[in-house]
Design a protein around this ligand. Structure first.
Ligand code: COA
Ligand code: ZN
Length: 316
């Protein structure tokens, strides 16, 4: 642990998955593709693009296979997809996802709400997932939902995160995301959890996924950076949430995160101006103002002409 920042981090854009799964309306595949391609043009290189879950559970992402089939592939762009069980993994592999992300909750109640099964059964699913993916060359990633606290059960013990993460390490998973599904993370909890994973399971690189539910998402990012984490998830305009967790609101916003990182001297490879241009698209598409701040205020380098503002003293 140090108090300096890494020189470069990877941003995974999750708006198309975590964001759109919350929307009441189905966003047509061609609109999703338009966003995806515009984000690639702005320099985003990693996406959680969709999920191969039950279309009854999440109808907004029922077009997962079509989306992956139609997207313009590039060798330097990774398209990850969420999958909850063997059927989802098989669909994701068939659609040629570059990475499969399986997920389990740190609390029993959230797991039952989200996946309709016990965590013991989900761990069996994870074993099956590892068997299916092993040898295919596809990157196998795990996500722990409600990793910092559960909206039903409250606090989540550090030992619980360690227990689940150890199972993933044993099964040969390539990386792990700590999901702050309902914005219950705090810098203290981030440090404690990241520190434990780095010490005990160094073979499992950590990605951090925050929601800005309580206004401390970017503070948690800074804490993650100080712990040496180089992989973060965020969503365009700050859309997002989990339909199976009460109170879940938007992810940390990609433009706001990129703006902060660049101001800290941390490279992302993303063109912030282009990104802010793309962020206005989902606002038009969804028909409401998104919580992103930099897309509205502009970066801190933005300047106004003096005559654009009123003068308190009458004439200047
Ligand atoms: N993709 C497509 N269809 C699937 C599927 C998948 N990954 N998994 C199950 N199904 C289908 C089954 O074939 C079955 O269809 P049928 O009724 O036509 O025969 C139906 O869904 C029910 O299958 P079952 O295994 O009994 O699942 P379930 O109803 O217990 O639901 C999950 C379990 C995991 C499939 C469901 O809870 C789910 O998709 N959850 C995802 C939640 C999510 O995405 N949360 C946000 C991320 S944090
Ligand atoms: Zn989330």
């Amino acid at each position: 642990m140090s108090n300096t920042y890494p020189s470069r981090v990877t941003i995974t854009e999750v708006g198309l998955r975590d964001g759109l799964q919350m929307e009441s309306q189905f966003v047509p595949t061609e609109q999703k593709l338009k966003l995806l391609h515009a984000l690639i043009d702005a320099g985003v290189r990693r996406f959680e693009a969709t999920s191969f879950v039950s279309p009854r559970a999440v109808p907004q992402l029922a077009d997962a296979a079509d989306l992956l089939r139609q997207v313009r592939r590039r060798s330097d762009v990774t398209l990850a997809a969420l999958a909850p069980n063997a059927k989802g993994i098989e669909r994701a592999l068939e659609a040629k996802a570059d990475e499969v992300v399986v997920f389990i909750s740190a609390s029993e109640t959230h797991n039952r709400k989200n996946l309709n099964r016990s965590r013991a059964r989900s761990l069996e699913d994870m074993r099956q997932a590892a068997d299916l993916v092993r040898g295919t060359g596809v990157h196998l990633h795990a996500a722990i939902a409600v990793a910092y606290g559960c909206p039903f059960e409250g606090g989540v013990a550090l030992q619980e995160v360690e227990r689940l993460a150890s199972s993933f390490a044993e099964l040969g998973f390539h990386g792990i995301t700590l999901g702050d599904t309902t914005g219950m993370a705090t810098p203290r909890l981030v440090r404690e959890r990241v520190d434990m994973l780095q010490r005990k399971l160094p073979q499992l690189p950590v990605t951090l996924h925050f929601h800005n539910t309580r206004g401390i998402g970017l503070v948690n990012v800074v804490e993650g950076l100080k712990c040496g984490v180089t992989s973060f998830e965020s969503s365009l305009g700050g859309i997002g949430g989990c339909p199976f967790a009460p109170g879940a609101t938007g992810n940390i916003c990609t433009e706001d995160t990129v703006h902060l990182l660049h101001e800290l001297g941390v490279e992302t490879g993303i063109d912030l101006g282009a990104l802010c241009g793309v962020a206005t698209e989902p606002e038009n598409l969804l028909g409401y103002a998104l919580p992103g701040q930099v897309m509205h205020a502009g970066p801190r380098s933005r300047r106004y002409a003096a005559d654009e503002a009123l003068c308190a003293g009458g004439s200047a």
